[in-house]
Ligand binder design. Sequence first.
Ligand code: MLT
Length: 340
Amino acid sequence: MDLHKNKMETKMKFKKFVSSGIVAALTAGAFLSTSALAQKAWPNKSITLVVPFAAGGPTDSVARLIAVPMGQALGQTVVVENVNGAGGTIASTKVARAAPDGYTIYLHHMGMATANALYDKLPYDPMQDFEYIGQVADVPMVLLGKKDLPPNNFKELEAYIRANGSKVTMANAGPGAVSQLCGLLFQSRMGVKLTNIPYKGTGPALTDLLGGQVDLLCDQTTQTIPYIKDGRVKAYGTTTLKRLPAIPNVPTLDEQGLKGFEVKVWHGMYTPKGVPKPILDKLNAALKKALNTPDVKKRLEDANIDIVSPDKMTPNGLKNHLDAEINKWGPIIRKANIPD
Ligand code: MLT
């Protein structure tokens, strides 16, 4: 009797084991095909393009310019979300922690590399926590002054800031922003300390420069060319080694005595780590298509922005460049003694 009972129990356990195995196998199969289907169907809703600075600024403008044609290429709307603060590091943290489903993408500039040296401890690792879609564009910068700042050229500016020191105010978009990097490299090279005023982006900083509330700003050319041309701001020098075709009368800082002063703001597009490769490939193809749209090309050219070459517009092109830039800027920032 007991023997029979034991046999029955063993049989039932075996049946249970086999059927739970079948359920597990079926579940795994169903999961695999669901995730494969999800990738195939991607994108089936709008995609968020995170921008780490305020609306109306240079990064935001580049993002909005490419969001529309990228959305057209993908068949879904690409919605820009501005996540401001801490020189871009709040947005980078948010993207690093977002779901790796391809519905969060990220446009950031070289701050992705420089923040590493500016902050003691970042809550994300630029080389580990992201997938790379490709480089986007390189944007030059110009050292600008408010319209009624007394100096009319770089030589006069030099004398003015030596005479007035910390009474001179300089706007920036916080530690990790290129406006801060450019402004502090400038002060380091000049051996002066001005009063640095942080904003949530150079969009609002430029508004204050135009309104005369702040004296100086080192900004990208994305929005500034028309204001330079019509004299609403003063341009003291470009951060390029060659003069810019759109403003040929503005000398470089290099030719005016700051030898080798060069800050060219490269941009890259990222996703959180773990986005499946087929989705990354589609994003890369959409980015390439967007940057080759005649209207986008023309608008970038008007702002003296260079679209990168096709070899840089790739995941490896971006990853290798980011790695090289982290290594390049670390020693420069430490030598310039730029504070947090
Ligand atoms: C912005 O979009 O506001 C700028 O890129 C900020 C900066 O890095 O200076």
